[in-house]
Design a protein around this ligand. Structure first.
Ligand SMILES: [Fe+2]
Length: 275
C-alpha cells in the first residue's frame, strides 16, 4: 500500500517559532516517519509576514513547502521568492496579486506522485474581505489539475472561524472527493483537538496551532497583548519567549486509494532557544 505521511505545521511566530521548526522537522522525520513537512510561515518575521531570512531558515530547517496567510505580503522582500518556481512558497489563492505570486506548491512522493498544497483566506471575523474562498478553491483546483491531473490536494483554510473551517472540509469532500485528501485550518495559533477522518477519506483539523512560544498570547508577549486588548489601541507587540513548541497534524495518505487513512495531532517541545 503506497502510504505517504505528511506533517502539517501551524503558523511560525517569530524567531522562537523558527527555532522550534528547526528542532521539530528532524524529529518529525526521524521519530514520526514524516515524508513531507508543510509549514505556514506567514508570521515568521517577528509575528508579521515572512522575510527572506525567515524563508531561508525554514527551508534550511527542512520544510518542503511554506504557505502564507493574511500577512502574505507584509514584507515585500519575498516578492522574488513568490515568483521563483524553484522556491516552494505560495500565496493564498484568493488575494490580490501584487507579486504575481504562485498559488500552489507541487510536492512529489518517493513514487513521484504529485501532492499539491494551496491556501485560501476565509472571511468570517477577518478584517479584510478577500474573494469568496470556496469558489476560489474550486477555481484554483480546476487550474492546478490542468497542470497536474493526478494531483492529491491539501487545502489550508486560513481564518478565524471554526465553522468556516469545518464547512470548508465538507465543501472539499463533496466537490472534490477523489482529489482533496486533507483540509487544515491555520491563523488562530491554537491547536484544536479534532484531527479526524471524515467519511473515511478526508483528513481534517480546525487549527494546526503554531510553532512559537506558548507562554504568551498566541506567540506574543502576554502583558503587551493584554494591555492592547483592554485599551483597544494598536501597539508594538513583542514576541513571547517561554514554552517554545511546534504543533500540527500528521496525516497518512494512501495515494492509490486517493484518500487519507489516519490523522493525529502532534506537539514537539523545543528544549533550548536563544533569543
Ligand atoms: Fe493569519
Amino acid at each position: 500500500m503506497p502510504i505517504v505521511r505528511i506533517a502539517l505545521l501551524g503558523d511560525v511566530v517569530g524567531k522562537p517559532g523558527r527555532d522550534a521548526v528547526r528542532h521539530a522537522v528532524p524529529v518529525l522525520r526521524r521519530e514520526h516517519g514524516a515524508d513531507i513537512v508543510i509549514v505556514n510561515g506567514e508570521n515568521a518575521r517577528h509575528g508579521r509576514g515572512l522575510h527572506p531570512v525567515g524563508l531561508e531558515e525554514l527551508l534550511a530547517a527542512g520544510a518542503d513547502a511554506i504557505s502564507l496567510g493574511d500577512h502574505y505580503f507584509d514584507d515585500v522582500r519575498i516578492t522574488d521568492a513568490l515568483r521563483d518556481p524553484n522556491v516552494p512558497l505560495s500565496a493564498p489563492c484568493n488575494v490580490e496579486d501584487p507579486a504575481d505570486a504562485r498559488r500552489w506548491t507541487v510536492l512529489r512522493t518517493e513514487m513521484n506522485e504529485p501532492i499539491v498544497h494551496l491556501t485560501v483566506i476565509g472571511r468570517l471575523f477577518m478584517p479584510i474581505q478577500h474573494e469568496e474562498p470556496f469558489s476560489a478553491i474550486d477555481r484554483t483546483i480546476e487550474a492546478l489539475l490542468v497542470e497536474e491531473p493526478e494531483a492529491l490536494v491539501i487545502v489550508e483554510m486560513h481564518c478565524e472561524a471554526t465553522s468556516e473551517k469545518a464547512a470548508c472540509a465538507y465543501h472539499c469532500l463533496w466537490k472534490w472527493p477523489d482529489t482533496v485528501v486533507c483540509v487544515t485550518g491555520t491563523h488562530t495559533h491554537i491547536q484544536t483537538n479534532d484531527a479526524r477522518i471524515i467519511e473515511g477519506r478526508l483528513a481534517a483539523i480546525t487549527d494546526l496551532g503554531m510553532s512559537g512560544a506558548h507562554e504568551g498570547v498566541i506567540g506574543f508577549d502576554a502583558k503587551a497583548s493584554t494591555d492592547r486588548i483592554i485599551e483597544q489601541r494598536p501597539s508594538r507587540l513583542d514576541i513571547a519567549t517561554g514554552g517554545v513548541a511546534t504543533t500540527g497534524m500528521l496525516v497518512d495518505i494512501d495515494t492509490s486509494l486517493r484518500r487519507a487513512l489516519r490523522a493525529k495531532t502532534i506537539r514537539i517541545e523545543c528544549p533550548a532557544v536563544e533569543n
